[in-house]
Design a protein around this ligand. Structure first.
Ligand code: ZN
Ligand code: ZN
Length: 267
């Protein structure tokens, strides 16, 4: 599916995870016509710097889409939305739980589970099990490409597995190594929260998903939202590579980090 005379060889959909983890989350998804930021957990300044580092003009961002109200997803939102003068898309229930700090952005609210369209990007939203007011994951479709983006969830119910089928690129949380979490510095109630059904995905759960469920159509897998205290990128990488190799999948594996953007994936 081409448009505006684009040649078939042109990369049409671009995805970059600008930051991933408890110190801030933000992802860019763009087509030739539409540019979206998903979550705004970085400061305005850091967001703009990271966009510049991948050659994106902030003025071309058309909207910000929010997964849930935890600060690592919205800390920079009021200032960034004001600066970019763009609408903020979020669920009816999440909107009142965000602190807008006196700014009154243009809100586009919707119900979790609904399909929304922003420019030429079609977005399916779906409820995820996490201890926020109304948290959601996303799958994006544009120009025949499907991208899944799911972080901050305690487990992977069948409804989410359904939404992740057929993704060309999937960004999935691989939050913690269970042993590191158990012996790590967090107080017990926090450990329980992270391990719980509304917490975060462990590396083990992700590897099981890769062994049994990952769609062979997924050519790029980005694992992110790694805990800084209870995980290590090399542990995630080794486990995931093993799981992929067990299925003879040659999926490209990338670990998204806190400190710098991933490469820009082009489809
Ligand atoms: Zn988070
Ligand atoms: Zn969260």
């Amino acid at each position: 599916m081409c448009y505006n005379g684009s040649s078939g060889e042109d990369a049409i959909v671009r995805i970059c995870v600008l930051a991933s983890g408890s110190s801030g989350n933000s992802t860019l998804i763009s087509t030739g016509r539409t540019r979206l930021l998903v979550d705004a957990g970085l400061s305005r300044r850091e967001t703009l710097a990271r966009l510049a580092s991948i050659g994106e003009q902030p003025g071309q961002i058309g909207a910000i889409l929010i997964s849930h109200e935890h600060s690592d997803h919205v800390a920079g939102l009021p200032v960034l939305a004001k600066h970019l003068k763009v609408p903020v898309y979020l669920t009816h229930l999440t909107a009142p739980s965000v602190s807008w700090n006196g700014y009154d952005p243009k809100l586009e609210t919707f119900q979790a589970g609904s399909r929304i369209v922003i420019g030429d990007i079609e977005i399916d939203t779906f409820t995820i099990p996490h201890d926020a007011v109304d948290p959601i994951g996303f799958s994006f479709r544009a120009e025949g490409v499907k991208v899944g983006l799911v972080t901050d969830l305690g487990y992977i119910p069948d409804s989410i597995k359904f939404h992740l089928r057929g993704c060309d690129l999937l960004v999935l949380e691989s939050n913690h190594d269970l042993e590191m979490l158990k012996v790590g510095p967090y107080p017990w109630p926090v450990k329980q929260r992270i391990m719980g059904r509304n917490g975060h995905l462990s590396n083990d759960v992700v590897c099981e998903f890769l062994r049994t469920e990952l769609d062979p159509a997924t050519t790029t897998l980005v694992l992110g939202h790694l805990s800084e205290h209870n995980n290590h990128p090399e542990i995630v990488r080794l486990g995931a590579l093993q799981a992929l190799a067990g299925r003879s999948l040659f999926t490209k594996l990338v670990i998204a980090e806190h400190r710098e953007p991933t490469e820009v994936f082009e489809y």
